[in-house]
Design a protein around this ligand. Structure first.
Ligand SMILES: [Cu+2]
Length: 166
């Protein structure tokens, strides 16, 4: 009896190991672990260096299709860690961008609901989980963030980031 139990545990451990392998190079602990930082400048900034994070901003996502807070203020040049928590029971995401880009992206998501993408300015968060975005807001202005999962954007799951000039 004891042997059967040990065998079952070993089998479980083995399958867990295989699962981790199947995951490939998927980041396990969010973007903060990534070594190569993209130099690409977007209208709303660039990927941030985790070592230069000056502030952590917590954003909660709920099945009411709302973010809280839904309005963020950062200083131009500031690198922030956005900690996005999904308190809901369905998948949510937070995608930084300009309203124009986000609208286009949301339309694309409607046509291809299973579309997989991962960029430094977005985090897909499973129910009960927390994921991180490290972003440097290099330009002053008003930007947006939204959940582009089909139906969520249309339900108003969006927020604003105000970047104040330094
Ligand atoms: Cu959502």
């Amino acid at each position: 009896m004891k042997h059967t139990w040990i065998a079952a545990v070993a089998a479980l451990a083995f399958s867990a190991g295989t699962l981790a392998l199947a995951h490939g190079d998927a980041p396990e602990k969010g973007k903060a672990q990534k070594k190569i930082i993209s130099k690409e400048e977007k209208a709303f900034g660039r990927e941030g260096d985790p070592k230069k994070v000056s502030r952590t901003i917590k954003v909660d996502m709920a099945d009411t299709m709302r973010y809280s807070p839904s309005a963020l203020t950062v200083r131009q040049g500031e690198t922030v860690l956005i900690e996005a928590k999904n308190s809901g029971k369905v998948m949510h995401e937070i995608v930084l961008g300009t309203m124009k880009e986000l609208k286009e992206h949301a339309e694309l998501m409607k046509k291809h609901p299973g579309m997989e993408h991962d960029e430094p300015y977005m985090a897909h968060v499973a129910p009960g989980k927390t994921e991180e975005i490290v972003w440097q807001f290099t330009k002053a202005g008003e930007f947006d963030f939204a959940c582009l999962i089909a139906g969520h954007f249309d339900a108003g799951m969006m927020g604003k980031v105000k970047v104040t000039a330094r």
